[in-house]
Design a protein around this ligand. Sequence first.
Ligand SMILES: Nc1ncnc2c1ncn2[C@@H]1O[C@H](COP(=O)(O)OP(=O)(O)OP(=O)(O)O)[C@@H](O)[C@H]1O
Ligand SMILES: O=P(O)(O)OC[C@H]1O[C@H](OP(=O)(O)OP(=O)(O)O)[C@H](O)[C@@H]1O
Length: 192
Amino acid sequence: MLLMLGVGVRRSEAGMQRRALIMRTTSRSVAVVVLRGHDIVGVVMRGYVCAGVVGGDVVRESCLCVPSPVDLGISSCRLSLALRRQNAVWHPRKLRVATKYPNAVRVFLGYRESVAYVALRGGMEAALLIGAAEVVADIVDTGSTLAAHGLSEVRRMAPVTARIVLNACISRLRARAMRVLTDMLRLATAYL
Ligand SMILES: Nc1ncnc2c1ncn2[C@@H]1O[C@H](COP(=O)(O)OP(=O)(O)OP(=O)(O)O)[C@@H](O)[C@H]1O
Ligand SMILES: O=P(O)(O)OC[C@H]1O[C@H](OP(=O)(O)OP(=O)(O)O)[C@H](O)[C@@H]1O
């Protein structure tokens, strides 16, 4: 929203409605769509929207080839592996990793047969506490969530920040929207 304000685009009155998922703006060629993080890359790649703002963790996990030229440098955290500090019970054959980022973690750990993935959508720490996994792969910021569950961060796999992702063909299809977007990208890169 700040980037939009920087290029003179504001939410219109109609865009201020409570629980609105599509916010109209003062520019006829720009609207803001509110989507779940894990849906954004696919929606941008398919060209339903020109651009998206999304965490780098989600971009990695999508494994989709979408241009991501600007790192906004905000919402910084990291994708890490964590273990129980005490009473770890190891499964004899496979190391089970509870995560909502199985694709990204597979790349970091290599495609090893000795690692199995327990795909969860949240609350990964609970998987260790109930014996469903030995390792958690999740984003960590302050570390307080891990500490609250008696877990220790054992490996930092990747830094994460919010990024702008773009549809590769949009400049040809929606020239006016692209001009606003180009101005926003210029502004973002000038101030970051
Ligand atoms: N503790 C945190 N510190 C910094 N950034 C975070 C933190 N938690 C999440 N993020 C960033 O914010 C993004 C959205 O996180 P959030 O937890 O709101 O969504 P989610 O729970 O992954 O998705 P959904 O709510 O759609 O299921 C993440 O992809 C990450 O990039
Ligand atoms: O290191 P910390 O500062 O404690 O942050 C890490 C927590 O933040 C994220 O959860 P979020 O609050 O986004 O909720 P979620 O579990 O629904 O994704 C992540 O899944 C951790 O649980």
